[in-house]
Write a protein that binds this ligand. Structure first.
Ligand SMILES: [Zn+2]
Length: 413
């Protein structure tokens, strides 16, 4: 058969995504499948069932990563890998992550029904806890797999209710026995929604990011002094929330002050005791800084950190800062990126070179194997929200590009 004419089945991909979207469905059309919850388990069970229907060799490692392997003609050759994540943000969307797991599944179903055998084996992967919203930080399981993070450190991470990562992994039955440790990989493709507005704005269907920006996470803890709000005069207060308010605006002003090439965000805050008639005495908030230039991001952090210390002092609060997580910017393999663009053109999809502002497991995979990503448009550029949406035709287009990227790589010897 003419391999070049091979196409995925768009209707089947759609129904697969729709079936997954029922798990953890939210009333406003999104999904909530926080990592290592019952919903995560349910989605994993379904995924494993689908892998087994294709006679893939399934294994689950110590971090709960799920791998499905399709044999090649020569199984001594390192596999072509593709995958993403099944977990979601709280009140997240129906495409983030799951498209990159169901996309390669659809590609393998297409190979299967056409009896196509490749030289190299092909592997699908679902990485545990990509989102990092229940257990911070994000992308921990691919991080352990590439040996950038320590397994036991991740096991001891706790959620907001004090539940341990490892205990929850065991509870849902996905603490496997295979060591979480990298093996030789020929190349890695991650298929994902763009999560930004650029493809839509430029009227393109396929995006090929040249890489992922750096990602720096910080946690700030402020301690003030609680008191009755009525009798306590304004002078001499130690109001931790006012200090935080000033700091948050400094973070927001940071990219303009640094001359761009950067975004900076405070997205999470806890205020204690959070009562209208008590002066707040404890605040925790997060800072997220991203840039294509790691040095630029670090310099920015240096400035804002100094500001934080000054503000804390002026407000009579003590401050503690944790530098929670740093991932350097990762430029993808230029040859693979070009392949994504070439295949998009061959298939007649308008394509665009870009940068990924979101972190993905691909940035860890990029440390151990040639890596590229395939983006499709997010309607209105919205993501990590229930209205997150991507046209079904675009989901199909991205899966076709992925299919041919996988096929070409799997034939390389
Ligand atoms: Zn994602």
């Amino acid at each position: 058969m003419d391999l070049k004419a091979l196409k995925v089945n768009g209707d089947r991909l759609r129904s697969t995504l729709e079936e997954m979207a029922k798990i953890g469905a939210t009333p406003d059309g999104g999904v909530q499948r926080l990592t290592l919850t019952d919903e995560d388990k349910q989605a994993r069970d379904l995924f494993v069932k689908w892998l087994k229907e294709l006679n893939l060799e399934v294994h689950i490692d110590e971090m709960g990563n799920i791998f499905g392997k399709r044999s090649g003609k020569n199984n001594d050759l390192p596999p072509v890998m593709s995958g993403s994540h099944i977990d979601s943000q709280p009140k997240g969307g129906r495409f983030d992550g799951i498209l990159g797991v169901m996309g390669p599944l659809e590609a393998l179903r297409t190979l299967h029904e056409n009896n196509i055998e490749t030289e190299r084996p092909i592997m699908i992967v679902d990485w545990t806890n990509e989102e990092g919203s229940r257990f911070a930080p994000a992308m921990v399981a691919s991080g352990v797999w590439v040996e950038a993070l320590d397994r036991n450190w991740v096991y001891d991470r706790t959620d907001i209710n004090g539940k341990r990562f490892e205990d929850e992994l065991t509870r849902i039955g996905y603490k496997g026995t295979v060591p979480t440790k990298k093996w030789p990989v020929h190349c890695y493709y991650e298929y994902h929604i763009e999560q930004g507005p650029i493809l839509e704005r430029e009227r393109k269907i396929i995006g090929a990011p040249k890489g992922i920006v750096c990602l720096h996470w910080y946690d700030v803890y402020l301690e003030g002094e609680a008191n009755q709000v009525g009798p306590t005069p304004m002078e001499g207060r130690h109001d931790a929330l006012c200090a935080a308010a000033e700091m948050i605006l400094r973070v927001n002003e940071l990219p303009a002050k640094m001359g761009g090439n950067m975004v900076a965000t405070v997205g999470e805050i806890q205020n204690h005791p959070n009562s209208r008639n008590i002066i707040p005495d404890g605040v925790h908030f997060t800072v997220d800084i991203r840039s294509w230039d790691d040095g630029h991001a670090l310099k920015a952090w240096g400035f804002v950190r100094k500001d934080f210390e000054t503000i804390a002092q002026q407000r009579g609060c003590s401050i503690r800062i944790e530098e929670t997580w740093r991932v350097e910017h990762s430029p993808f393999d230029p040859k693979l990126v070009q392949r994504v663009l070439d295949i998009a053109q061959e298939l007649g999809y308008p394509d665009l070179r870009m940068v990924s502002g979101a972190g993905h497991d691909a940035s860890y995979m990029n440390q151990v194997a040639p890596t590229a990503m395939i983006f499709v448009p997010s309607i209105g550029g919205r993501s990590h929200v229930e209205v997150e949406n991507t046209r079904w035709e675009d989901c199909e287009a991205g899966a076709n590009v992925l299919l041919h990227c996988i096929l070409q790589s799997a034939e390389e010897i």
